[in-house]
Ligand binder design. Structure first.
Ligand code: BGC
Length: 774
């Protein structure tokens, strides 16, 4: 019955388009979007049409006919689209992933063309740039590709917090710190939207794990929510102004986020001023009517059952018409901003040259040099022949799997990047590895499939066993060894603990290579092509240098070579901590939740003590701390000055950063604040601002100016539902990492300050015994 209704409707839809084309203007009395007041357009919709407007159209057998005179878009190539209402002048708009570049099907039926997109570096890598301007540039390029492929909204950026290193989707997310996450998210939004393409900041909120992601209840204190999990989104909304927000799959304190009016109407809209529409994650939530009431305006990708339930609730009065009209008005407002609505003549031919340049630059500016004993890097002029070991020296993993994947045309491996830079690669090794890797070749690309060229998990293709003699021969003939370690993760599952450690095969390879090369007085560089944090402390002595490349996008090998050769001076710093071992992680007891066999809830007992906030406050030493990263030059920090000794509305902080080495370079300058922490439980210090210098020539200096606002001093006090700054002495620490503080200075806040009062919402139903310093 339902099915025939829906066929009837799609036939009608097609018919109406013909009518509109043929009778254009003469008999069409309908109000039209953009020409008539929006409420008139909404009033002209039937209940059924309204229910279709608020539910996507991809999962129905319906053709989204274009407006008269416009060309049909390739709808199967994208992640989702909305319903068209041709007679009301409302086009169907296209939404597609994702955070590392546009994800569309590369092949289309009966079409010889291939529609590739550029794979940019993943979120974790670009965040290590600490450079929002660079991220904005990446956004420009992503937005440009979306525009030229006729896509209206990029489902990006992904902004959840790195709560636990085993989080399966951490590669897409930026950081363990909400300030970095928010600034990067805002920058990507600005970049993409500057092209006239919308964004969907996601997944709102507390979607920090993949285990049971569709049902898990994140039990989090109001304070941890406000300070850690909501904060990044707040910054992105206020500084980026995204067109849309994607709610998450999980519940927060008992309620599905798409069904939480407190989250979507009170926090997001009333408190933060968000003015776009909210869409669900694909099939998120369990009650379409509740979602409408909560202000989750669009349900994606759209099922007939959902629109039926909404239509029925509208009919019987259990869902107020005004609420659905409100949701529709928000969707229509965004539709009028889109390139489809504006009839942009997309070319299907983006400017890849520019994208590729930006992808390489972004990767090079973000990779983190973790170790460089005796300054073995950049490679010295006498190094001519390189021996790359490890499967993934010959095949780059550009990003993670799932909706964050991009269907890119090519990727540059480490070996290829080194060859491009003029190095000789040992031919025997090259051949052995490339032959072996053919076994793991991706499947054929199927027309219209979004899931293509899936990298095989490394566990399937174990490290190629090498004869000791081949390693020895290389130690004799090559000038330096490089060993690649790869980890790929993806959507829909968290990492297994064993992926945190090197496998036996990897350890043996590294040990054998290291012994053979060191016996000949030669060095070993480890390159980490990984999608999440791994253990490094037990093996790092075997390496003379370690380059953390994360998942660097398709130009990764060239960007690695840029750093290894010194063409680019590394300036990336960790936006997430590398702990010494997994048991040191604050969430080990509460990840991925309870009961262990099939988690239903995940209690955030660590509260605000996530990442360095925990390691620093509870004196746990990491392998590489938050904010850490080496350069080929050195920087001095001088003249730290505060604008005043007492805080009024804000305080200015300046410091002079000078390049004291002999290579041009950029420094990431970090400002941490230590609060009095008398009555309030406060971390030892928290990142409150950061800046990246320009490229400083040797001897050159730059004055960096930061402004600390009242919010930077405050913590969220749940009992008072307010951001409060405690009176007392505050210390500003400026440094090169969270544990490399170079200069400190203090100021006073004479009287307690209530910075902002907010609503009492998202209250956990159970008492959480949170970590406290005292
Ligand atoms: C993911 C989202 C993605 C959506 C559409 C979901 O499974 O969680 O991040 O945007 O699919 O592909």
């Amino acid at each position: 019955m339902k099915f025939s209704n829906h066929i009837k409707y799609s036939t009608l839809l097609l018919l109406s388009s013909f009518l509109t084309i043929n009778l254009s203007c003469t008999t069409d009395k309908h109000p039209r979007l953009g020409e008539s007041p929006v409420q008139e357009v909404i009033d002209a919709m039937t209940i059924e049409e309204k229910s279709l407007m608020v539910t996507g159209a991809k999962r129905r057998e319906v053709v989204p006919v274009p407006l008269p005179g416009r060309k049909q878009k390739n709808i199967t190539a994208v992640g989702g689209y909305t319903y068209p209402f041709v007679h009301l002048g409302i086009p169907s708009i296209m939404l597609s992933d994702g955070p590392a570049g546009l994800r569309i099907a590369p092949r289309r039926p009966n079409d010889p063309e291939t529609y590739y997109c550029t794979a940019f570096p993943v979120g974790t890598l670009v965040a290590s740039s600490w450079d929002p301007q660079l991220v904005e540039k990446v956004g420009n390029a992503m937005g440009h590709e979306a525009l030229e492929y006729g896509v209206d909204i990029l489902l990006s950026p992904a902004m959840n917090i790195h709560r636990d290193p085993l989080g399966g989707r951490s590669f897409e997310y930026y950081s363990e710190d909400p300030l970095i996450s928010g600034k990067m998210g805002a920058a990507l939004v600005r970049g993409i939207q500057s092209q006239g393409i919308g964004t969907a900041i996601k997944h709102f909120v507390a979607n920090n794990q993949e285990t049971n992601r569709r049902t898990i209840d994140a039990v989090v204190s109001e304070r941890a929510l406000r300070e850690i999990y909501l904060r990044g989104f707040e910054i992105a909304v206020k500084e980026g102004d995204p067109w849309t927000v994607m709610s998450s799959y999980n519940k927060v304190n008992g309620t599905y986020t798409p069904q939480s009016e407190e989250l979507l109407e009170i926090i997001l809209r009333k408190e933060w001023g968000f003015d776009g529409f909210v869409l669900t994650d694909w099939y998120g939530g369990d009650d379409p009517v509740e979602q409408m009431k909560a202000g989750n305006d669009l349900l994606m990708p759209g099922l007939q059952d959902w629109s039926d339930a909404i239509a029925e609730a509208l009919e019987n009065g259990s869902l107020e018409k005004e609420l659905v009209d409100r949701n529709i008005a928000r969707i229509l407002d965004v539709i009028t901003r889109t390139s489809t609505y504006k009839d942009y003549p997309y070319s299907n031919k983006p400017n890849f040259k520019e994208s590729i340049k930006i992808a390489r630059e972004a990767a090079g500016e973000s990779m983190v040099l973790l170790k460089n004993d005796a300054d073995i890097l950049p490679l010295k002029p006498d190094i001519k022949k390189v021996a790359p070991f490890g499967n993934y020296s010959y095949k780059l993993t550009v990003g993670g799997t799932g909706s964050g994947m991009v269907n890119n045309e090519y990727s540059i491996s480490l070996a290829q990047g080194l060859e491009n830079a003029g190095y000789e690669i040992d031919a025997a090794l090259h051949e052995k590895y490339t032959d072996y890797l053919k076994k793991g070749k991706p499947q054929n690309l199927e027309a219209d499939s979004l899931i293509t060229a899936m990298p095989k998990p490394d566990s399937i293709l174990g490290e190629l066993p090498l004869d000791a003699s081949l390693i020895r021969q290389n130690a004799e003939e090559s000038d330096i060894a490089m060993v690649s370690i790869m980890r790929v993760f993806g959507e829909g599952g968290d990492r297994k603990l064993e992926t945190f450690y090197l496998t036996e095969e990897e350890k043996n390879l590294l040990k054998n290579v290291s012994e053979a090369f060191r016996a000949k007085g030669k060095k070993v560089v480890v390159v980490l092509n990984i999608g999440g944090v791994i253990e490094t402390a037990s093996w790092r002595e075997l390496a003379d240098a370690i380059l953390l490349a994360w998942q660097p996008g398709q130009e990764g090998g060239n960007a690695m070579a840029d750093i290894l050769t010194g063409k680019v001076n590394p300036s990336g710093k960790l936006a997430t901590t590398f702990p010494l071992d997994y048991p040191d992680v604050p969430t080990t007891k509460n990840f991925p939740g309870t009961p262990a066999e099939n988690p239903e809830k995940v209690v955030h007992e660590e509260g605000i003590y996530v990442g360095y906030r925990y390691y620093d406050s509870f004196a746990v030493n990491p392998a590489y701390e938050f904010g850490f990263g080496l350069s080929y030059t050195d920087f001095s920090y001088d003249n730290l000055k505060l604008g005043s000794e007492t805080f009024e509305n804000e305080i200015e902080v300046t410091a002079d950063i000078k390049n004291t080495g002999n290579k041009a370079g950029r420094e990431v300058v970090q400002l941490y604040l230590a609060a009095p922490g008398k009555a309030m439980d406060k971390p030892v210090k928290e990142l409150k601002n950061f800046a990246k210098t320009k490229l400083l020539a040797p001897g050159e200096s730059q004055t960096i100016t930061f402004v600390l606002d009242a919010r930077s001093l405050a913590s969220f006090v749940s009992e008072r539902s307010a951001w409060i700054a405690e009176a007392g002495k505050y210390t500003v620490h400026v440094g090169a990492s969270s544990r490399d503080i170079r200069k400190s200075a203090g100021f006073d806040l004479e009287k307690e300050l209530t910075v902002e009062k907010v609503h009492k919402v998202l209250v956990p139903q159970e008492k959480i015994s949170e970590f406290k310093r005292k």
